[in-house]
Structure formats: structure tokens, C-alpha cells
Design a protein around this ligand. Structure first.
Ligand code: ADP
Ligand code: MG
Length: 237
């Protein structure tokens, strides 16, 4: 199968005064189209750095990031932004919703930048919020919603324009166990339905049972990769 994401000798060093922090060291990884990958590792192992780099949010110090045959690390800021708008959805642990905007407005904001007309934006955002079970919360602001509901809004935002790749950085990190499973089911279910490539950072090994492959990070390196033969709950694809 053709690889959608190819990482070659990826390295990221942060400089803090005189100190150098090697956040990622020589990462090599290929991810196939429609694959569901879990990134696992202790705090500080480089999970967010790796995810942000694949999503074009940060530049590597060295190495290559090739997505859909395009070199992300060589793109200008403007081109990366465009690439992200067209191809990538991102779910953050802390939701990152805009507090002054309603659920509908948060979901449709990205479509504004793409020039989708208002009536179409509103229709898409409403439908997506209905899909995540928030059809009755369209005009609520983030602070008027529970944590689980806010994360559902952020999931709707990530999926609204059917991106090729969805990244999620500890999407259940601030949620209780029951809500965590609902949110995970929502993300994995939508990605499967839309044939999207899904990459989730977590430190919950139970969540990793859903994935096709689990990549274990340690001190900025890939320690091992585990292939799940039978994916729990028939989530295999
Ligand atoms: P994880 O998500 O696995 O907890 P991170 O990718 O956030 O880990 O961080 C990996 C390492 O890089 C950590 O040692 C962290 O302190 C460091 N780091 C991350 N971001 C920065 C930054 N912007 N500046 C300096 N150091 C950073
Ligand atoms: Mg992190």
C-alpha cells in the first residue's frame, strides 16, 4: 500500500539558553493511507513534538516530512498553512475553542478562511454538530458546555471539511473515563467512516487497543512498534 506519511531521520532540538533539548532523535516512520496509529510514551518523550511536526505546526531541525508526496519541511509558512487547511484536522487536549464564538461559529470558522459561502458553512457546521450529538447545542458558547461537549465541538471542527488526516493530541486527557470512551468512539468511528488516516497521541494503553499500530516513544526515539492483529470492538480496517 502506498504510504501517505513518510518521516525520514527526523530530528528536533530546542535551544533554551545554552542548553539543548533533543525532543526527537532520528525518527523514521511510514504511515499508510487509512491507517490508525497510536503514539504512546511517558510525558516528555516527544509525542506532541512529533504530532505537531507531522501536522505542519512546527519545523524539524533536520530530516524530511513527506505527506502525499509533498515535502512539508521545505514549504513556506504560507504554503504549510494552505496545506493544513486542505488536508489536516487537529483535536487538542484542551479543545482550543474560541470562547467568544458559539459551537456553530467555532466549527465553521475554518471554512470561512477557505471561502466557503455562509449558507453552506452553516449547513456543514450544523450537520457535523448533529453527527457528534450536539444538535441541541448549536448556539452555546464553550463555557456553557461540559468538557466532553467542548471536545465534541472540537471534533466537529476537525472533521467538518473531511480532511485526509486527523491528528489528536491526548484528546481524552481532560475527560472522565466514560466520556473518554465516547469521545474515542466518535473519533475512531468518524475516521473509519470517512476512510481517513488517524494519528492519536495518548498515554492510555486501553485506547491503543483500537489502533492498527502502536508506536512507543521514549526519550525522543521510537522504542518499538506494535502491530495489533485483532483490533478491539471490530474497529479493524
Ligand atoms: P510529550 O508530548 O511526549 O509529553 P513533548 O513533545 O511535549 O513531549 O516534549 C518533548 C521534550 O521537548 C520535552 O523534554 C519538552 O520539555 C521539550 N520541549 C517541547 N516543546 C518545547 C519548546 N517549545 N521549547 C523547549 N523545549 C520543548
Ligand atoms: Mg504532549
Amino acid at each position: 500500500m502506498e504510504d501517505l506519511i513518510v518521516l525520514k531521520n527526523l530530528r528536533k532540538v530546542y535551544k533554551m539558553g545554552d542548553e539543548k533539548i533533543v525532543a526527537l532523535n532520528d525518527i523514521n516512520l511510514n504511515i499508510a493511507r487509512r491507517e490508525f496509529i497510536c503514539l504512546i510514551g511517558t510525558s516528555g518523550s516527544g509525542k506532541s513534538t512529533l504530532l505537531n511536526m507531522m501536522a505542519g505546526l512546527e519545523k524539524p531541525t533536520k530530516g524530511e516530512i513527506i505527506i502525499n508526496n509533498l515535502h512539508i519541511e521545505k514549504m513556506s509558512e504560507k504554503d504549510v498553512t494552505k496545506f493544513r487547511q486542505l488536508n489536516i484536522g487537529f483535536v487538542f487536549q484542551s479543545y482550543n475553542l474560541i470562547s467568544t464564538l458559539s459551537a456553530m461559529e467555532n466549527v465553521s470558522l475554518g471554512l470561512t478562511f477557505k471561502g466557503v459561502p455562509k449558507s453552506k458553512r452553516d449547513k456543514m457546521a450544523k450537520k457535523m454538530l448533529e453527527n457528534v450529538g450536539l444538535g441541541n447545542r448549536l448556539h452555546h458558547k464553550p463555557q456553557e458546555l461540559s468538557g466532553g461537549q467542548q471536545q465534541r465541538v472540537s471534533i466537529a471542527r476537525a472533521f467538518v471539511d473531511n480532511p485526509k488526516i486527523v491528528f489528536a493530541d491526548e484528546p481524552t486527557g481532560n475527560l472522565d473515563t466514560k466520556t473518554s470512551f465516547e469521545v474515542m468512539d466518535l473519533i475512531t468511528g468518524m475516521a473509519r467512516e470517512n476512510s481517513q488516516t488517524l494519528i492519536i497521541v495518548t498515554h492510555d494503553t486501553e485506547i491503543a487497543d483500537y489502533a492498527n499500530r502502536v508506536v512507543y516513544l521514549r526519550d525522543g526515539s521510537i522504542e518499538r512498534i506494535h502491530q495489533n492483529e485483532i483490533v478491539r470492538g471490530g474497529k479493524s480496517r
